[in-house]
Ligand binder design. Structure first.
Ligand code: GAR
Length: 216
């Protein structure tokens, strides 16, 4: 049974892959005056490298492989919800969680679920954001932390960070630069969000992306 500490917002991080953003959040939540702590890392994929990273950091992990639920998204999300409740989670942070969520889980966590996306939304919702920024000749790219709503990569923006696009950038090199910015932005924005009692920045920039599907 994990120790229940008071004073810090209890955050679950949902991942599907390497979990470098998750690691940044865990580390930021472990400092003395942090406003949050990561109490659970949950993956929908057994092969997610982030699970071992979280375990090495002493964070409880859960694996809920969506493939075992077939097409039953509702059952998968209900299972996620049960684990989140069991860990006393107050805020959910999606960090490379590459599976679309339905209205059930999004509605259950309305105003309490954040996502990081590797573009300056509303530009480039969906996949291949870095290739699209390079193809468009953009001078800058970046990342966005936003509240999760039923729209894809949509919802009120909580923070953004821009990086330059270099003339010789490939999607991989630009992705590395953006990822480094993500590791700085996400802990900062989540920290402010939890410190402010989960309120939106003022004014809250509500915007809409297009309906491209980013995930499975
Ligand atoms: C990050 O770049 C994150 O912004 C992106 O996946 C990567 C996960 O890396 N998320 C999305 O594209 C979601 N739309 P990580 O597992 O090392 O944190």
């Amino acid at each position: 049974m994990p120790e229940i500490r008071t004073g810090r917002v209890r955050v679950a991080v949902l991942i599907s892959g390497a979990g470098s953003n998750m690691a940044a959040l865990v580390d930021a939540g472990a400092v003395t005056d942090a406003s949050f702590e990561v109490v659970l890392v949950l993956s929908n994929k057994a092969e997610a490298g982030g699970l071992a990273v979280a375990e090495a950091k002493g964070v409880p992990t859960a694996l809920l492989d969506h493939a075992l639920f077939g097409k039953d998204r509702a059952a998968h999300e209900q299972a996620i919800q049960t684990v989140l409740e069991a860990h006393g989670v107050e805020v959910v942070a999606l960090a490379g969680y590459m599976r679309l969520l339905t209205a059930f889980l999004v509605g259950r966590w309305a105003g309490r679920m954040l996502n990081i996306h590797p573009s300056l939304l509303p530009k480039y919702p969906g996949l291949d954001t870095h290739a699209r920024a390079i193809a468009a000749g953009d001078a800058e790219a970046g990342c966005t932390v936003h509240l999760v709503t039923e729209g894809v990569d949509d919802g009120p923006v909580l923070g953004q960070s821009a990086v330059p696009v270099m003339a010789d950038d490939t999607p991989a090199s630009l992705g590395q630069r953006v990822l480094a910015a993500e590791h700085d932005l996400y802990p900062r924005v989540l920290g402010d969000f939890c410190r402010s009692g989960m309120s939106l920045p003022d004014p809250s920039p509500l915007r809409r992306g297009d309906a491209r599907q980013p995930c499975e």
